[in-house]
Design a protein around this ligand. Structure first.
Ligand code: NAD
Length: 365
């Protein structure tokens, strides 16, 4: 008998719930047609949770998130909660969830769907067929290192300090994620730091070399972060998996994302220790400017669910089916407003979801 996958759905605010309805259509289709079983639960997070529970992440929601195989997250935030205290703000709920689940590896694919090749700011031949995975360390480095702060100096100047710090275990565990992924892809890891000017970068390089010994079948290359930024816009297809720290990953994943066009197309995953925490979410926010209008692109959220199928639920065929269905729909010139072009068929959020389900049906026959 096939395993039942437990998943907590947290639609959140703004366009989060609108996009999540389309994920639920796909879940239902998979249950009815592919005999993949889900044990779904759903709760509030972010501003909606603040309204309901007085906090952006209730204790019972966090407990549930720790119990399930994966959390499917929409988006949080909006002007309604701008005045709420910092620790109760919608975004605080997401940060707490990431911290409590110890999600140390952030996976951001930059994949160019062929029908959207013209939406990239780069020449079509540079991005056609592009498929990069950026693995960013998410819980350490300069965003969390101590000491940190701003101090007043006796000479009237002020001094701002942040500390870039990594320990062996932090590098090892995220490196394992990158090498394991490379094995399932094209067998190539590019590890990125600034070992030429930073001791933490040198440690990163040396410790990645240690882990590489366990993966003789994976090719490892080292690259300085500034060069990597340049190479990403020069010849992005040279990369397979990019492994990097929190700070450089923040920049490089945004650069790579823009190679492929719209925010509405970009999924992500954040993973903890194997089997202990996984959160899947679109890269975009709650888009209050278009929320409630039925025009948001649900594809980023749908592709995040496809990542959950691939990386947590071990259902790679279902993940392939969703990605192929998205490609098919785009190839049929069906577009939401954010990716629309002259001559295409403009559809709503709900219509886009239904087209993707119909394409899954068609591709399965
Ligand atoms: P945003 O990503 O919500 O929106 C940026 C722009 O992209 C907007 O014009 C929006 O309409 C458009 N857009 C985003 N997703 C889209 C989609 N799926 N389809 C069509 N268009 C889309 O970023 P923002 O405007 O800077 O932030 C809005 C709110 O979201 C803020 O409260 C912010 O704090 C929050 N936010 C949350 C997350 C998260 O939940 N992970 C991430 C980023 C921002």
């Amino acid at each position: 008998m096939s395993k039942t996958h437990s998943m907590l759905i947290l639609p959140g605010d703004g366009i989060g719930p609108e996009a999540m309805i389309e994920v639920k259509k796909i879940v239902t289709w998979l249950e009815e047609n592919k005999d993949i079983k889900f044990d779904l639960s759903e709760d509030h997070v972010g501003g909606r949770a603040y309204d309901e529970y007085g906090t952006s992440l209730a204790d019972h929601t966090l407990e549930k998130a720790k119990e399930v195989d994966a959390v499917m997250f929409g988006a949080v935030g909006g002007p309604k909660w701008d005045g709420v205290a910092y620790d109760k703000r919608p975004e605080a709920g997401l940060l707490k969830l990431r911290k409590e689940l110890n999600l140390f590896a952030n996976l951001r694919p930059a994949m160019c769907f062929e029908p959207l090749v013209d939406a990239s700011s780069l020449k079509p031949e540079l991005v056609s067929g592009l498929d990069i995975m950026i693995v960013r360390e998410l819980t350490g480095g300069v965003y969390f290192g101590e000491p940190r702060g701003i101090t007043e100096l006796s000479n009237g100047q002020r001094r701002g300090v942040n500390t870039q710090v990594y320990e062996t275990y932090e590098i090892h565990r995220v490196a394992h994620v990158a090498f394991d992924l490379a094995r399932k892809r094209n067998g190539h890891v590019t590890s990125v730091e600034k070992a030429n000017v930073m001791e933490s970068g040198l440690l990163w390089r040396e410790e990645v070399n240690v882990i590489a010994k366990d993966y003789p079948d994976v090719k490892l290359e080292h690259m300085y972060a500034d060069n990597c930024a340049m190479q990403l816009v020069r010849t992005p297809k040279q990369f397979d998996v990019i492994l990097t720290d929190n700070l450089f990953g923040d920049m490089l994943s945004d650069i790579a994302a823009m190679l492929t066009g719209s925010l509405g197309m970009l999924p992500s995953a954040s993973l903890g220790e194997a089997g202990k925490g996984a959160l899947y979410e679109p890269v975009h926010g709650s888009a209050p400017d278009i929320a409630g209008k039925g025009i948001a692109n649900p594809i980023a959220t749908i592709l995040s669910f496809a990542m959950a199928l691939r990386y947590t639920f071990d259902e790679p065929l279902a993940a392939d089916l969703i990605e192929n269905a998205v490609n098919e729909v785009l190839a049929n010139n069906i577009r939401t407003a954010d990716i629309n072009q002259p001559g295409m068929t403009l559809v709503s959020t709900g219509e886009m979801g239904s087209h993707i389900v119909a394409a899954m049906e068609k591709l399965s026959n």
